[in-house]
Design a protein around this ligand. Structure first.
Ligand code: C5P
Length: 220
């Protein structure tokens, strides 16, 4: 990559996707949502009738997994083959099984390489990549490394506004069970050495974006 590499991690509901996207927009950077790849793989497994708890079957599906995502923060289209799955990968049925595919080491190794190649091929002025293990595994040498956190209460409240069609209690319960499963695989609740924590509990959306943008411009 010729530009500035920004790595942002955080738990579900921390607002990291919308904050990362808005940061990229403000700075004219590219944007990479790595959770979308895990979600697209889970979607693809469901679509092909693959049991997501069958690691061997999920691994066998990797070579045929034709995943494409644009890094334009204004048009993040996610495709598997010719199918636009941008909306479908957010469905609760996908969220419910995504951690099962994300905990398979071969899946992680495969996708980490994909994420690194997107970063390598990114253009100036830079790229914001967001997920759970970006500051630690995907791009530990990124120019800016941020852990975006918020209190559990704030995260649940934000996520229940995003997810419609089910009660806030159900959404909160699904979110925390996904965090518990995910944190067995990657520690995204504690900042690694050299990673700056941005706690958004008492910040509104614009203040959070400004805090992140300021961290980027301070090294740029
Ligand atoms: O960020 P998002 O909630 O869309 O991520 C969906 C899922 O993808 C997470 O629950 C986690 O299982 C997986 N994930 C991951 N590592 C990343 C990004 C996402 O394991 N870097």
């Amino acid at each position: 990559s010729g530009g500035v590499v920004v790595a942002i991690d955080g738990p579900a509901g921390s607002g990291k996707s919308s904050v990362s996207r808005a940061t990229a927009r403000r700075l004219g950077f590219g944007y990479q949502d790595t959770g979308a790849a895990y979600r697209a793989l889970a979607w693809s497994a469901l679509d092909r009738g693959i049991d997501t708890t069958d690691a061997a079957a999920v691994i066998a599906s990797l070579p045929g997994f034709d995943y494409r995502i644009s890094t334009d923060p204004d048009h993040t289209v996610v495709q598997v083959g010719d199918t636009d799955v941008t909306e479908a990968i957010r469905e609760p049925r996908v969220s419910a099984v995504v951690s099962q595919v994300a905990r398979i080491p071969e899946v992680r190794a495969y996708l980490v390489e994909l994420f690194r190649s997107v970063i390598r091929e990114s253009l100036r002025p830079g790229i914001v990549t967001e997920g759970r293990d970006i500051t630690t595994v995907v791009a530990p040498d990124a120019d800016v490394r941020i852990l975006l956190t918020a209190s559990e209460e704030a995260r649940m409240a934000r996520r229940s506004l995003e997810v419609t069609g089910q009660s806030a209690e159900v959404t909160a319960q699904q979110l925390s069970s996904r965090d518990v499963q995910d944190s067995r695989v990657v520690d995204f609740m504690n900042a690694a050495d050299g990673v700056t924590t941005v706690d958004s509990t008492h910040l509104d959306f614009d203040q959070t974006v400004t805090a992140v943008v300021d961290l980027v411009t301070s090294v740029w």
